[in-house]
Ligand binder design. Structure first.
Ligand SMILES: [Fe+2]
Length: 132
């Protein structure tokens, strides 16, 4: 696993969303570098907090756009957002309780979720908007 680069395959062509995804990648990459170097519990918690705060903001703007376009798969998409947020919250809690083994799980889960979600789910919405 490596740092995520914002490549063409991640572009939705909706400027607002692409810019926000870039910020999410930056936060993720910070988490990655931190995990590879000596770090304190606080530092990981800070990044996880940042990730959940920014994710909430980003999901809200995506959902607003979906409402605006009356996207038929809105509910489905919102549910996926919720499950991601719940998972990050669980990671935060477990981490606070000292479960260091979570490092790799947190990392793999976020990496897989983000990349798959953007490529298959967000892009599906973006394509829908361009057909309207
Ligand atoms: Fe999304």
């Amino acid at each position: 696993m490596e740092l995520i680069k914002f490549e063409k395959k991640f572009e939705t062509k909706i400027k607002e969303i692409d810019e926000q995804h870039k910020v999410l990648f930056e936060i993720f990459n910070k988490l990655y570098s931190l995990l590879l170097s000596p770090h304190s519990l606080n530092e990981i918690q800070d990044i996880l907090n940042k990730l959940s705060e920014y994710t909430l903001f980003h999901f809200a703007s995506e959902e607003k756009l979906m409402e605006h376009y009356q996207y038929p798969k809105l509910d489905e998409h919102v549910n996926m957002h919720h499950s991601f947020i719940e998972k990050v919250e669980t990671f935060k809690l477990k981490y606070e309780m000292g479960d260091m083994l979570l490092n790799i799980h947190i990392f793999t889960y976020i990496y897989d979720w983000l990349t798959n979600h953007i490529i298959f789910v967000d892009k599906d919405f973006a394509n829908y908007t361009f057909k309207q």
